[in-house]
Structures are given as structure tokens and as C-alpha cells.
Design a protein around this ligand. Structure first.
Ligand SMILES: [Zn+2]
Length: 174
């Protein structure tokens, strides 16, 4: 009964060190990218109510399975496979596509980007938003999963550091 290894250290000394290292690296990368996300908006509720409409027949399948060729191509080349089965056709696992938007991005705004590219952009730009869309490449179901803001943030105006009154401040002037 191990509750999911909390740390990267191998719980079992006999565990293959190489695979543990690789697993830790992957996990760390996921943690970093999650921590960088700001103003996260989750659209799970809207997704659920839309699917309820489709299942009840109030909304036609053709209305929700309308991914355009551009989105399908982005899913193929920039998408990230998810563990979630398509809620409409149940024939394949959904692909997640991250679209970037922002004034600073210029021509890049409105394009799909991989996780690696997002991380690189997060340190290069002050602020841009990311819209994650799930896509089924079989039936063309597509829906906005979540949106968030990435970026290094605005540099503080001036380089004035806040002085804290107390013992620490005195040592600076000595
Ligand atoms: Zn599908």
C-alpha cells in the first residue's frame, strides 16, 4: 500500500535508476509548467452541459463535431495525446492542442504550440494567453478545455527594492 511516491527518490533500492531518473525529469517538467500557469479558467462545467445536450438529442452531433481542417492538422502536428476518451465516438483518446494569443506575439498569435515551445515562450514574453482545445481526430469533436496566462510578467517599475525595517536593513549600510 504505497500512496503514490511523493518524492523522486526511488522507494525501492532495486528499482532501475535510469528509468527513475527519466520519470522524475518528466514529472518535474509537468510541475514547472503547471506552476507557471496564471488566471486558469476551467471549462469542464460548460463541456459537461454541452455533452448532456448532445446525449439527450437537444443538440446535434454535427454541431459539436465540427473541427475544421486547420484544427485537425494542428492536432496532428502540435497536439499532445491525453488519457481522455472521446465522449462522442469513443474510438480514440482526445488530442490536446494549445493555441497562443497575445499582442506581443505578432504573427505567432493564433498559432498552435507544443509544450516545449510554450515553456520557451513563457520566459521570452511578458504575457500571453493559452487556450487548450481537445480534439478527436476520428469524429472531429472539439471543445475548449481550459485557458490560462503564461509569461515572465512585467518587470517591476524602477528597480526600487522594498526596504524592510528591522535588523536586516542595518547590515546593508555598514
Ligand atoms: Zn470522437
Amino acid at each position: 500500500m504505497r500512496p503514490r511516491e511523493p518524492a523522486c527518490a526511488p522507494a525501492d533500492p532495486a528499482t532501475d535508476a535510469v528509468s527513475v531518473t527519466a520519470r522524475c525529469r518528466d514529472r518535474r517538467r509537468t510541475l514547472v509548467s503547471v506552476r507557471l500557469q496564471r488566471q486558469v479558467v476551467d471549462y469542464a462545467l460548460r463541456r459537461r452541459s454541452l455533452l448532456a445536450e448532445v446525449y439527450s438529442g437537444r443538440t446535434g452531433v454535427s454541431e459539436v463535431c465540427d473541427a475544421n481542417p486547420y484544427l485537425l492538422r494542428a492536432a496532428k502536428f502540435h497536439g499532445k495525446p491525453s488519457q481522455v476518451m472521446c465522449p462522442i465516438c469513443r474510438k480514440e483518446q482526445l488530442t490536446l492542442v494549445s493555441w497562443v494569443f497575445g499582442d506581443q506575439l505578432g504573427a505567432v498569435s493564433g498559432s498552435a504550440r507544443t509544450t516545449e515551445e510554450l515553456l520557451a515562450m513563457a520566459s521570452r514574453y511578458e504575457e500571453f494567453s493559452v487556450h487548450v482545445v481537445e480534439v478527436c481526430r476520428t469524429c472531429s469533436w472539439n471543445h475548449l478545455v481550459k485557458s490560462y496566462v503564461l509569461g515572465a510578467g512585467r518587470p517591476p517599475k524602477g528597480s526600487r527594492t522594498t526596504q524592510t525595517a528591522g535588523n536586516g536593513a542595518r547590515t546593508v549600510s555598514e
